[in-house]
Structures are given as C-alpha cells and as structure tokens.
Design a protein around this ligand. Sequence first.
Ligand code: PLP
Length: 486
Amino acid sequence: MTDHFPARMHDVTDETRAIVDLVLDYSRQRLLAVDTPLDKPLPPAELRRLTGRTIDADGIGARKAIGVFEHILAPSCISTDDPRYLSFIPSAPSKAAAAFDVVVSASALYGGSWLEGAGAVHAENEVLRWLADEFGLPQTAGGVFVQGGTLGNLSALVAAREAARARFDERTDERADERAGANDGADDGAGATDAAARGIRPDRWRVVCSAEAHSSIASAARVMDVEVVAVPVGSDGVLRGDAVRAALDEHGDSVFAVVATAGSTNFGIVDDIASVAEVARERGVWLHVDGAYGLAAILSDRTRSLFRGVELADSVIVDPHKWLFAPFDACALIYRDPAQARRAHTQHAEYLDTLTVTDDWSPSDYAVHLTRRPRGLPLWFSLATYGTDVYRAAITRTIDLAQRIADEIARRPGVSLVRRPQLGVVVFEREGWQAADYARWSSDLLERQHAFVTPSSHAGRTNVRFALLNPRTTFDDLTGILDTMF
Ligand SMILES: Cc1ncc(COP(=O)(O)O)c(C=O)c1O
C-alpha cells in the first residue's frame, strides 16, 4: 500500500536514503565507465511499448524508474561524449565538471541574484573574468552564464538594440532642445519633438552578419522582429570589414549590431574580427562576436591570433558545453559595458524591487531570463581542479588532430576537402556520392555502433563533417571511419 504522507517526498527517511543511493550509484557508475556504448534512438512506438506507463497516481517506485532509465531510456539517447560522436557540435565534459553538476543540483542553489546565490555567483564571475582576460576585454567587462548560444546571441542583440534606441532617443532630445531654442516663444508644443523623433528613428532595425553565421542569429532576429542583412562571403568563408562597410553604407543608421562569427558551425571558419571591429567602431555600431563553438580556441597558441579584434567586442559568447568541456547546458555571455545590458534586461516587479534597487551583481539582470541555476559552476570546479593549462593542451590536441586528418583526406584518393580546416571541423566529400549515399552510409555507421557522423552540405553539395573536440578521439578512430567509405 503506497504511503501518501505528503512530506514523504522531502523528509529524510529510509526510503529517501535508498532513492539517493540508487541515483548516486548510477551516476557514479556512468561517470566512471571506461567504455560507454554509443547508443541510438528508438522509434516512439517502440519506446512506448518497452517502458509501458511510468506515471500513475501511486508511482512505480525509484528502483523500477531508474531501471527504466538505465535499460530503456538511456540506451535510446546517443552518448554525446563518445569519442566517435563527430556530428553537429559534440560535447565532452571533463569528469570533474560532469561530477560537479550533481553537486549543483543537490545543493538547491539559486543563481539569479546576489542576495540568494552570492557564493555561486562569485565563482561564476571568476570564470567569466578569466575568459574576459583571455579575450582582452577591459576590467569593467562582465556577464552571465545562460542556457546556450542561441539565448546568448538573443540576449546580446537585445542589449545592442536597446543601446541603439537609447542613442537615437538622446539625439532626438538634443534636436528637440535645439528646436526649442530656435523657436523660443513659439507655441508648437510637443509636436516638434514627435516629428523629430519620427524623422530619425529607423522604421526597421537591422543586424549585419555573414551569410555563414549561425541560424540562431536569424532566430533572434525573428523573435526581435528585426531584419538580418546576410553579407555574402568569398570562397574562404571569412567575413571581412570591407563587406560589412558596404552593408552599412546601404542600410545606414538602421543597423544596430554587426555580428562576427568566431568559428562558424559548419566549417569552423573565423571571421576577420579585427577588420569587422574597425568598421563597427568607425560607424558607432555594436559589435557582437559569436564564438559559441570556436572562441575556446583562443586558449591555444596555435590559433590565438585568428581571434585578433575580439578585444574590441561590445558583447561576446562562448559555449562551455562545446569546447570548454562543461556538461550541457552553458553559454558564457560577456558584455564590454554590463550597465548597458542591465538597462535592457532587468525585470521590474514589486516583489523583485528588493533585488533590483541595489547595486548588487545579479545574473538575472544580464539576459533574457529570471530564474536560473548557476550553470557556470561545473566549469568553475573543473578549472579550479585541473588549472587552465590542461584546457589549452586539450584544445591544441584537437586542432592538431584536425590538421592531421585533413592532410590524410587530401592525400587519399576518392575523398577531397571542401575547405582547409582552421579549428576542429573537417569537411570533405566522397567522390561520386549523392545525398542518398551519404545518408545510407551515416545510418549504417550508427546502426553498427561504429560512429555518429551525419551528412551536411555546402553550396547545394552534400558532404560529410568531422566535428572534433573530444580529446579522446584518435587519428585511428578517424581513419577507421574513412575506411568505411570504400
Ligand atoms: C557559432 C554558433 N553560434 C550559436 C550556436 C547556438 O548555440 P546553442 O546550440 O548552445 O544554442 C551554435 C551551436 O552550434 C554555434 O555553433
């Protein structure tokens, strides 16, 4: 007979102890497993059949529920930390970071305000400071960890538009003052101010980025109801200042932000941030650097110089859940002048006044969110545990591996590089294959649990992409996959 005593869920009892043991035992075993299977998804009907109904009025009990997770649900999720997971952007959390995520959940931490989470926010800010120093941003820079690059880009662009609006409003006020001075004594009232405002505010805001920028920029633009000016790039995929200048000439004051991509998703190509920054500065336009995937490579001496100009950004993102070895999900969003972001993002409500009337640093004030877990803590713990040098070494190792496999592809008959890699994404074609051949090969690889490599495309031609970032991926893993194409 099930006990419906309400505090059963919260009191520390023998049942509670057994539940916690089950969950921690499973977590321990998964974290320490040497060889986890790659796994693959099952169709919905099959999952329904295997799990049966798991939610009813009485519950099925922790032992049965964790059994369902371990034997049915988990094997139906691809292990993104598998060294032969090479699709999209993989994830390879360090053991310290992944383990500490359990602590974050266990500790009932709230990361939205300084009042409630000062200790956690302090540690997150130390990580953000370290990143800001690596990027060369000023001491005044600061920000927040948000859920992912999509939300980071949106939050940065919202702050940028708010700053542009404020600049227009200031100019409008100055014009109105000038008119009032000129018309001293004439009674044209507020109408003059309105007309001036109508005269200079753009009817449509625009954001300029490369045609190869991540889809989240277009998504942010849709949410914000602004237009994307996608600037075409040359065959090397790099956005440069000249192309941005032409776009700004065409669209004038309606452009509130320019986005430079520090490592495109499809190719890992880094825009010429320095020349883009120069144009943005010259025109007084906000520069946002989307380094969600690639900016981590600034930590390696091999690639640091590719990111010249990032120190001039008004806002910048990098996702620790990608190449900084943190678990899902975390994006570090940093502003050059956090006060501008705070003006754009602080939520005001009577019950929140106690938080927002102070000068305390509350992470909720810097992005499109309110409640938040301190998702930067796993990265903090991992950095504190291992130090930063091993991060540099792990990233450098991947960059070297990408170069080595690119050389191998260039050398092998029957396959050819689409572009020479700059970071850890290697894109190539198999001679004579059509889209259906790539699709068949890819599902067969997963079916045989050999690797997870999905097709991509460029300029209408299907190709295949090795997205490398897991330090456990070896050259032999990659040549073994190439061998399966013949
Ligand atoms: C360059 C770039 N920007 C933004 C994003 C979006 O990040 P997220 O998937 O964390 O929302 C990605 C994701 O791959 C990316 O590569």
